[in-house]
Design a protein around this ligand. Structure first.
Ligand SMILES: [Zn+2]
Length: 304
């Protein structure tokens, strides 16, 4: 074969494999999108969550219990075991405990176990509660769906050298009570926690650039996210926002960061904590794209 023909063949082959790679990326993202539409639909009350209930929000004890039952079933279906962590937490001012009952809630978690013996854990979390009568499609059914999809796909990996703990926090909207209770629970376990990432609001992308914000990452986590984001054409901006669950972990001395839509860069849902935070305002393309990014980061972390 002439050198020129080899060159052309190489270009054709490269083009073919590149197309094939993009194709499979599209297939994976579409599968995320399909399952996430179902999850967000049920959690935000666009569809029924079981035969008898359609949620108005995830605020009351009953609404939160229905949410957990639904998510537990989903966890069972992907071949993992759902565990509940019920808790009581005192009010911020202990004197209030005399007047108001302490907080009562339940975190839900599951472990995608390492395939080799390991006490090391990566934690990926998202809160499932909302304010009263808020459907909370973006805040925070979006991130609940994101971590659910990541758990499912990480569970299909042949080799994992670390455990991945997926946690759905209760009562983030109440002074981060759920994640604080989960930190207290972790301290009582022999878990060696490598990294914590919590995700909050991941379904708004009006300008269509698919960019995300990483909140208070370590230099290592920031570098990993950026490395994985480049081939996907996503910009990862680091910010110093700490107003959500990752704060509870950092306060307790863990390595923790947050991930969200462009909150500081002002491409974020205007419907947060309102009855307008509905299913039909959610950008499922963006959610699937961000899910894929988090998946690649988690894959790197649990196989390293
Ligand atoms: Zn939130």
């Amino acid at each position: 074969m002439k050198r020129q023909s080899i060159g052309i063949l190489a270009i054709l082959l490269f083009g073919f494999f590149n197309l094939a790679a993009q194709d499979s990326l599209l297939v994976v993202q579409n599968s995320f999108k399909e399952e996430q539409k179902i999850l967000v639909g049920a959690l935000s009350g666009a569809t029924k969550i079981d035969a008898d209930h359609q949620l108005k929000g995830r605020w009351t004890a009953e609404e939160r219990a229905l949410t957990r039952t639904y998510l537990s079933k989903w966890i069972d279906q992907i071949g993992l075991k759902a565990e509940e962590q019920p808790y009581n937490m005192p009010n911020l001012n202990p004197l209030l405990d005399i007047l108001i009952d302490p907080y009562e809630g339940t975190n839900l978690y599951t472990i995608v176990p390492a395939t080799v013996s390991s006490d090391e854990y990566i934690i990926l979390g998202a809160h499932y509660d909302t304010d009263r009568d808020c459907p909370g499609a973006n805040d925070n059914a979006s991130a609940v769906a994101l971590i659910a999809s990541v758990a499912k796909r990480i569970n299909t990996l042949k080799i994992r050298t670390k455990n991945l703990l997926i946690v759905f926090f209760d009562q983030e909207e109440e002074e981060l009570v759920g994640s604080k209770a989960f930190v207290r629970f972790l301290k009582s376990k022999p878990f060696n926690i490598n990294t914590v990432l919590t995700v909050d609001q991941m379904g708004w992308d009006m300008d269509g650039d698919r960019n995300v914000e990483l909140e208070l990452p370590t230099p290592q986590l920031e570098a990993l996210f950026k490395k994985m984001a480049i081939p996907l054409g996503i910009n990862v901006y680091s910010t110093k926002v700490d107003a959500t669950d990752h704060y509870s972990f950092r306060e307790a001395g863990y390595v923790a960061a947050g991930l969200t839509e462009e909150f500081v860069h002002q491409d974020t849902s205007p419907y947060k904590d309102t009855p307008k935070d509905t299913y039909d305002t959610l950008n499922f393309e963006y959610l699937a794209s961000s899910t894929y990014l988090v998946y690649t980061v988690m894959e790197a972390l649990v196989t390293k």
